[in-house]
Design a protein around this ligand. Structure first.
Ligand SMILES: Nc1nc2c(ncn2[C@@H]2O[C@H](COP(=O)(O)OP(=O)(O)OP(=O)(O)O)[C@@H](O)[C@H]2O)c(=O)[nH]1
Ligand SMILES: [Mg+2]
Length: 237
């Protein structure tokens, strides 16, 4: 279930000073050569290669870090790298069914960046899981080491508009470079930022449920949390 994946090993009587053990699952999607594998490798093993090798099959990797905001947690960022098209329905299910974040990768050099972002938002698979799971949708504009800041500025105006559009499910966009690590490390690490957004949802949900008599955090009543988020689906923009 969506929320159970955040709390894989919560003991019944939790020591609230100890870090929680949380997992955030992100799936990278995008056209062939859009830079998905480069982001995946840079983030997980801090490597970059100019050589292009087409990804045949979805692959999973993870990275563990400690965060202290919005709560103290040992956070596992689980990343799925995918080919442009996944044929196997079982594989599609494994990658997307419980993903908290869908990350749309678009090459900054592809003519019509905004059109590509739009096309991926409208993609049937993405739309299906948006309705099913309410994941955060993030657009990564990749290979930004190739482009001048002025080029990004004009793109930013259009992408910001897309984020503001209530008819689109885009939550945020970020320019990254797997080559020079822009926004893939340190303070601006996009995956930490996305994880924090997910954890904020949890914190808010817990806060809300603590005010309901039937919810007892010590009992770990995840079903209630799930129901609460599930009910919210219909109100999403
Ligand atoms: N300069 C530069 N090149 C990059 C960057 N990211 C990826 N590339 C290059 O772009 C090409 C395609 O990158 P991949 O990461 O393999 O693309 P992909 O989306 O995984 O492609 P598929 O597996 O076919 O779907 C490779 O030659 C990479 O080296 C980047 O940030 N900067
Ligand atoms: Mg690849």
């Amino acid at each position: 279930m969506f929320l159970k994946r955040f709390f894989p090993a919560k003991p019944k009587h939790q020591d609230f000073d100890a870090p929680e053990d949380l997992k955030v699952k992100c799936a990278l999607v995008g056209n062939a050569k859009s830079g998905k594998t480069a982001v995946f490798k840079r983030y997980l093993i801090n490597e970059f290669d100019d050589e292009y090798i087409h990804t045949e099959k979805a692959q999973l990797g993870s990275r563990v870090c400690l965060i202290n905001e919005p709560l103290l947690a040992t956070l596992t960022v689980e990343l799925w790298d995918t080919p442009e098209v996944i044929e196997d329905p079982n594989q599609i299910h494994r990658v997307f069914s419980d993903a908290h974040v869908l990350v749309i990768c678009v090459d900054v050099l592809s003519g019509g960046v905004v059109d590509f972002v739009n096309a991926w938002i409208e993609n049937e698979l993405v739309q299906y899981y948006v309705k099913e799971n309410q994941p955060i949708i993030c657009a990564l504009i990749t290979k930004c080491d190739f482009c001048a800041p002025s080029q990004l500025e004009s793109l930013a105006v259009e992408l910001d508009e897309l984020v503001r559009d209530p008819n689109k499910s885009l939550d945020l966009w970020v320019a990254v470079s797997a080559k020079d690590k822009s926004n893939l490390e340190g303070q601006t690490d996009i995956f930490k930022r996305l994880s924090r957004m997910i954890l904020m949802r949890i914190v808010e949900e817990r806060h809300r449920l603590r005010h309901q008599v039937s919810y007892d955090a010590n009992r770990g009543d995840f079903e209630l949390l799930h129901q609460a988020l599930f009910k919210k689906k219909s109100t999403r923009k």
